[in-house]
Design a protein. Structure first.
Length: 196
């Protein structure tokens, strides 16, 4: 891996830290060559602190370490991207990310918010809200119907139909999760615990 530490006069390159599981951007720091080699060797992120003017392992005081999962370099070889697993919150303010607590986990989480908003605001004329009003049995039945349709389409060779049925299943499952007072994050935590 070639990194151009000489591009800037101070010998530092920016390092973007991203959560390996969610791809949320957690923070930005800087490394010199020594910090990079230490990070590679130990598997825990070490920066060069410009304010302390020394190597600084993230978490050395707080215990909130960043464990390296993957390192890549951009096309100009002057910026590093590290995917890591955070021990706890990353920002010194107590936020999970230095860019705020709002998760940026992709469209499924946005869709979950839209579904929740329509139900909480009792959006008249909304299919989501009308299904929610029909009760838990109807929502569960709809998830079951969509699951069967996914199975049926999986046995055929029409990829578009299969993908559409899979999308319907996810959508209806999000409604059911809301009705049961659970979130995608709750399910994600179970999957993560199984993966450990």
């Amino acid at each position: 891996m070639n990194i151009d530490f000489n591009k800037n006069k101070d010998g530092l390159v920016p390092v973007i830290i991203q959560d390996d599981r969610t791809l949320q951007v957690l923070m930005l720091g800087y490394m010199n060559e020594e910090a990079f080699k230490k990070t590679e060797k130990e598997g825990v992120i070490t920066f060069f602190s410009r304010s302390k003017n020394r190597l600084w392992t993230k978490g050395e005081e707080s215990g909130n370490f960043l464990t390296v999962k993957n390192i890549s370099v951009d096309c100009d070889q002057d910026t590093i991207l590290i995917k890591a697993i955070p021990t706890n919150v990353v920002c010194h303010t107590g936020s999970f990310s230095c860019f705020g607590d709002k998760d940026s986990k992709g469209f499924l989480y946005e869709l979950e918010e839209k579904i929740s908003h329509r139900i909480d605001k009792k959006a008249e004329g909304s299919y989501t809200y009308s299904l929610f009003q029909r009760g838990i049995n109807k929502m569960a039945q709809k998830v079951g119907e969509e699951a069967v349709e996914v199975v049926i389409e999986a046995k055929d060779n029409n990829d578009d139909l299969f993908k559409n049925e899979a999308a319907d299943l996810l959508y209806h499952l999000l409604i059911l999760l809301k009705a049961k007072n659970f979130t995608l994050k709750d399910i994600e935590e179970i999957l993560l615990s199984r993966n450990r």
